[in-house]
Design a protein. Structure first.
Length: 236
């Protein structure tokens, strides 16, 4: 039985609440609980998108901006980071000063109702945020709308691993170890929500079908760390 809601407005409000709640420990716990491998995952994700200088980029569910900063350090792009959580965005804005970067815009916004014109961006990225949307299809439709023709969507997400052995280890760590360790640093429900959200999210094949239905093409995927996390790329 699920402890949390996994669709609709109630999910969106809950996700907004928990990310506001864990904002102060978010970066530390990300690195600590993934044993630092999250940095490698993001690096491979960014490489898969073939950025060019001058690209106009939208980082959806930017959080504290790690992906946006990693892109900007390597490429002279025009980046906007969008998130529902104002507390996460405040930390991202503090990082602008820390890293001496002044040309990333961090704005509050809803992935399911993007505040941009059609055909605005060359690239859209979303890292570990797709399964947090209240309506995943609506979000993907919005990504398609604001991408330029020929633009590229990049998704980095936790999906259920295909290997039975790895799936069992992954499930044990996510359900038993991770929430207990996280509870030492945070009282939030976020780290109980995380494993449940992965279990309730669509499979890789279902996600590919949805992308195709929304008229994305050239859809490809790459599993990392035995399929614990997956890169999905698609073109408009």
């Amino acid at each position: 039985m699920n402890e949390f809601s996994h669709k609709g407005k109630s999910k969106k409000e809950f996700v907004k609440y928990i990310f506001n709640d864990i904002s102060s420990t978010y970066d530390f716990l990300n690195h600590f609980l993934s044993l630092g491998i999250d940095v490698l995952w993001r690096r491979k994700f960014i490489k898969s998108l073939n950025f060019s200088d001058g690209d106009k980029v939208l980082d959806v569910a930017t959080g504290t901006g790690d992906v946006a900063f990693a892109i900007r350090r390597k490429y002279n792009t025009d980046i906007i980071g969008l998130d529902l959580s104002v507390n996460m965005l405040e930390i991202a804005k503090k990082k602008l000063k820390k890293f001496k970067i002044d040309d990333i815009d961090f704005i509050e916004g809803d992935a399911e109702n993007l505040p941009f014109d059609d055909n605005t961006f060359d690239k859209i990225v979303i890292s570990y945020g797709l399964r947090n949307l209240g309506d995943c299809q609506k979000g993907i439709e919005e990504f398609h709308r604001v991408l330029k023709p020929g633009g590229k969507l990049g998704i980095l997400e936790f999906l259920q691993p295909q290997s039975t052995i790895i799936a069992k280890i992954f499930k044990f760590y996510f359900n038993k170890i991770l929430p207990r360790v996280a509870s030492l640093f945070s009282n939030s429900k976020a780290y109980r929500y995380l494993p449940e959200s992965v279990e309730n999210f669509m499979s890789l094949n279902e996600l590919k079908v949805l992308l195709k239905e929304v008229s994305f093409n050239n859809i490809s995927s790459k599993n990392m760390s035995f399929g614990i996390t997956t890169i999905i790329n698609a073109n408009k």
